[in-house]
Design a protein around this ligand. Structure first.
Ligand code: ATP
Length: 367
């Protein structure tokens, strides 16, 4: 087990490109830390600096309480798994997985036993005597994983190990990585640009943008209480609506937010009301996820707004209503009247208006 601390780590590539900017974070003993961010944000650079494959320009890397900036990669006791799981083509699967142990001159009987055991955990025991060229992408990544795990390093570094696989295989292998790594208790830093992967695998997620750490926390903390608008938007698989709102002077039991002509009233009982009220007279940016919105009856007195439904889309598990007023796709949690899908004729338009009233209540939007 091992801890990793980055203290104001900076990477400037030759030519002057600033890829990582004074980044500080810590991966605790046994933690599964995911580095998440868009392409080019510096995730791989960070991982490669931890592995010793890239020089640190400034700042310090600590491994297990010791500054490791200048430690040779082989002395760091880390194992890295890459996107394309580069394997030795002329060695069998068994030969690939056992390679790190052979280098370490381990007892051949123990090596045989360990590789067999690991191949069962990775569901590749049938392929042990085959060569990488005869394997599927998923099998190759399993072998790469096996080779990284086999000698139980103090730290796993994984750089998008699932990104070349199809969706089904990604989900399957994701669950297996999680189970395997957790059973070994080895500290893991895992790079991805896939939010679902990050949310499902991580103990904590660190979000990067343009080489700068934006937020770090458990998946629930980051999802429910994002530090910045970038984090909120990046973590959302559905379209997030980020709307600027004027905060009006609170009245009675409500804090009021005006989105242009539309008003959202928020009772003081809402946990966000206090934070919003701190900006009375100013503007705030409000993030609304479709899955956080629902139709309400006219009598509803919680936070609400209204709008006109422009179109409806069937998404299998629910409907999305696209609502005019700078608002988002909003899910409609019950299958609407089939006539509402017809927007061209009078009947359809009428139905849409009824839905608009039903969903967003209060009053008709002024024309
Ligand atoms: P991706 O998900 O696309 O792999 P990433 O977040 O891992 O992206 P990095 O590979 O760390 O990003 O690259 C960060 C930035 O540094 C990018 O703009 C990239 O073009 C730049 N970069 C990477 N390697 C070098 C290099 N050797 N020389 C100059 N610039 C580089």
């Amino acid at each position: 087990m091992s801890s990793v601390v980055l203290d104001k780590v900076t990477k400037v590539y030759p030519g002057g490109f600033l890829a990582v900017d004074r980044l500080s974070l810590q991966a605790k003993d046994g933690e599964f830390l995911v580095l998440l961010g868009p392409s080019g944000c510096g995730k791989s650079t960070l991982l490669r600096m931890i592995a010793g494959l890239e020089q640190i320009t400034d700042g310090d890397l600590w491994l297990d309480g010791e500054v490791a900036n200048h430690l040779a990669p082989r002395d760091r006791d880390v194992a890295m798994v890459f996107q394309n799981g580069a394997l030795y083509p002329h060695r069998t699967v068994r030969g690939n997985i056992s390679f790190p142990l052979e280098i370490a001159r381990s007892d051949p009987a123990l090596v045989h036993e360990r590789v067999t055991e690991l191949s069962k955990a990775l569901h590749i025991e049938e392929t042990l005597e085959r060569r990488p060229g005869t394997l599927s992408g998923g099998q190759r990544q399993r072998v790469a994983m096996g080779r990284a795990i086999v000698r139980q390093p103090r730290l796993f570094l994984m750089d998008e190990p699932l990104s070349n696989l199809d969706a089904g295989m990604r989900t399957e292998l994701r669950m297996e990585i999680s189970a395997l790594v957790r059973s070994l208790g080895v500290t893991t830093i895992y790079v991805t640009h896939d939010q679902v992967e990050a949310l499902t695998l991580a103990d904590r997620i660190a979000i990067l943008n343009r080489g700068v750490l934006q937020d770090i926390g458990t998946p629930a903390q980051i999802y429910n209480d994002p530090a910045t608008a970038f984090v909120a938007a990046f973590l959302n698989s559905q379209q997030l609506n980020l709307l600027a709102a004027d905060v009006r002077t609170p009245q009675n039991q409500y804090v009021m937010l005006d989105f242009g002509p539309h008003r959202l009233t928020m009772p003081w009982s809402d946990p966000r009301a206090y934070a919003v009220s701190q900006h009375t007279g100013g503007q705030v940016l409000v993030g609304m996820r479709p899955d956080g919105l629902a139709p309400v009856p006219e009598s509803y007195d919680g936070p609400s707004f209204y709008g006109r439904v422009r179109a409806l889309e069937y998404h299998g598990h629910d409907w999305l209503a696209y609502v005019e007023c700078g608002m988002p796709p909003v899910p409609v949690p019950e299958p609407p009247d089939p006539r509402m899908r017809a927007t061209g004729d009078d009947q359809g338009a009428g139905a849409l208006q009824r839905l608009a009233r039903r969903v967003f209540g209060r009053r008709e939007e002024p024309q």
